[in-house]
Design a protein around this ligand. Structure first.
Ligand SMILES: Nc1nc2c(ncn2[C@@H]2O[C@H](COP(=O)(O)OP(=O)(O)O)[C@@H](O)[C@H]2O)c(=O)[nH]1
Ligand SMILES: [Mg+2]
Length: 250
């Protein structure tokens, strides 16, 4: 059983969840950018989920916590993957709205307010505001992989999404936690959120190169698990009936 996570202090409206594995050099600059984007706008907390890093990521986070009371660090004892880290962060989040972003600096926190506004303006029907990268800063080969993967996914799932792998997203905590969980889930949020009967709104976000360190994924990781996950999500959608509208009769 996971230990219960408790936190005192006023409840924030928004939680920023950042999954990281071995991102020591990227922690401080990204947190400064998150604070610059959100300070004075919402009561918020930053929840870093360190997924069993073997570098100085936990120490850097611990040092920053001394000066930032709204920064939390949650640590997996051993690495369980990015989806698991996002889920741990969302479960621990105290805000009703959660925004996620990658911890390597590729996602610019300056877009978080746009995502939150888009979600809020959409009202209760909208379950997810998804970032769509423009001007990708990855290598040509990775851009090609991503383009093919997005075409195949959209062709099969028809989730109307150009780019579902962007780490910048905002959603209602409750909606995310109602989704079926699997490793790889974070790449299929638009299709899974639509499956629950919610709409998606999109926000264009400028992509950046990784600040420092290296990618955690290789070509074969993405190809093999990507195909398996696609088959799984296709099945989940096929096996969905109408979303129940339930009312208690008194
Ligand atoms: N918690 C956790 N985070 C991960 C893992 N792999 C990648 N990440 C984080 O997820 C984000 C995106 O990963 P990255 O390696 O940059 O993937 P890429 O941008 O697709 O090449 C970064 O913040 C990583 O630190 C993992 O196994 N566990
Ligand atoms: Mg990256």
């Amino acid at each position: 059983m996971p230990e219960p996570m408790t936190q005192s202090g006023p409840q924030p409206a928004v939680s920023i969840v950042v999954p990281v594995r071995n991102e020591a050099e990227n922690v401080a600059p990204l947190i400064a950018e998150i604070a610059a984007a959100l300070d004075g706008r919402w009561a918020y907390e930053i929840v870093y989920v360190d997924d069993g890093s073997t570098d100085a990521t936990p120490q850097r986070l611990a040092a920053l916590r001394a000066e930032r009371p709204n920064l939390r660090q949650i640590r997996h004892r051993s690495s369980c993957g990015q989806s698991a880290a996002v889920r741990t962060g969302v479960r621990a989040a105290r805000g009703a709205i959660v925004a996620t972003l990658d911890g390597d600096g590729q996602n610019n926190p300056a877009f978080i307010p746009d995502l939150i506004f888009a979600l809020e303006q959409g009202g209760a029907r909208v379950g997810l505001a998804a970032g769509q990268r423009v001007g990708r800063k990855d290598t040509g080969f990775k851009r090609l992989q991503s383009r093919v993967a997005n075409k195949v996914r959209n062709g099969i799932l028809r989730d109307g999404t150009r780019d579902s792998g962007c780490g910048l997203k905002a959603f209602r905590r409750e909606v995310f936690l109602s989704l079926p969980y699997f490793d790889g889930l974070h790449r299929f949020l638009p299709a899974l959120v639509r499956r629950e009967g919610f709409d998606i709104v999109y926000v264009d976000v400028a992509d950046r190169p990784r600040l420092s360190g290296r990618s955690n994924y290789g070509f074969f990781d993405r190809l093999w698990v990507g195909l398996m996950d696609l088959a799984g999500v296709w099945w989940l959608i096929r096996r969905k009936k109408a979303t129940p509208v339930a009312t208690e009769v008194n």
